[in-house]
Design a protein around this ligand. Sequence first.
Ligand code: PMP
Length: 289
Amino acid sequence: GPAARPQLWFDGALADVETLQADLTTHAMHYGSGVFEGIRAYATADGAAVFRLPEHMERMRRGAVLLGMDFDVDAAIEAVLATLRANRHRDAYIRPLAWFGAGGFGLDVEGHPQHMMVSTTATRVHLCGARATVGVSSWRRNPADSLPPLKLCGAYVNSILAKRESKARGFDEALFVDRDGYVVECTGANLFAVSGGRVTAVEHRDALPGITRDTLIALTGAEVRPLTLEELLAADEVFACGTAAELAPIARIEDRGYGDNPVSRELAALYGRVIRGHESASAAWLTPV
Ligand code: PMP
């Protein structure tokens, strides 16, 4: 039959992507009053499966509650699965977004309708293992006591500024350092260091509690502690990790190059097997579509 039209979940039902529009007075468009997630589905031997879907939706719920939204984790999980099925996606990037819609230009969210969408995009290229160059940002990360590290839409302006600066300086990515010289995270990924074969997860209160980071800590038994930029530059290897980036060995931070990153490559391969259901640890983390 004819190719199915791309579907998007919007406020409780699937709809053709091109039939959907947002009002120009959308509160979230003016003030960033939304919360989103970035999730991946992978083709496994038993069909498509979503990696750590309940954990992603629980993090989204925390952001939604903070903004004063109602959020039902189970309904959101069903919305994701329904969208993946409708689009017949296997390897896919999943983008749920909850936001406040049309209304007045006041800051109060009351009186604005709450919306929810889920978009899924087929992903063919797997970036796992792609090496990145990183510049140290002159911008500070949103401090947690001003804006908690959740996936709130407006918070990402901070990442956009840092990324723009680093790209203009010729780097792929940016790394945030706090006023005391401690490493926070990248613009959309957490950081790890490897020294003498020992794996360390960067800990910082201003960093997003990443689900990929949590996965890698569980898989490797990595130590978790604050690291200064000095320590990161002195490490044998550094890698970034996130749902979209998967595990990306860092080729260079500013003018400090890191050679071949053998441990990072090995971990990238392990992570690649885990997300595709090839490891015993996988089962608990995959939701069949
Ligand atoms: N930090 C930031 C700022 C991010 O946007 C992301 C991507 N969600 C991450 C870290 C990595 O988090 P996760 O592994 O849950 O995707």
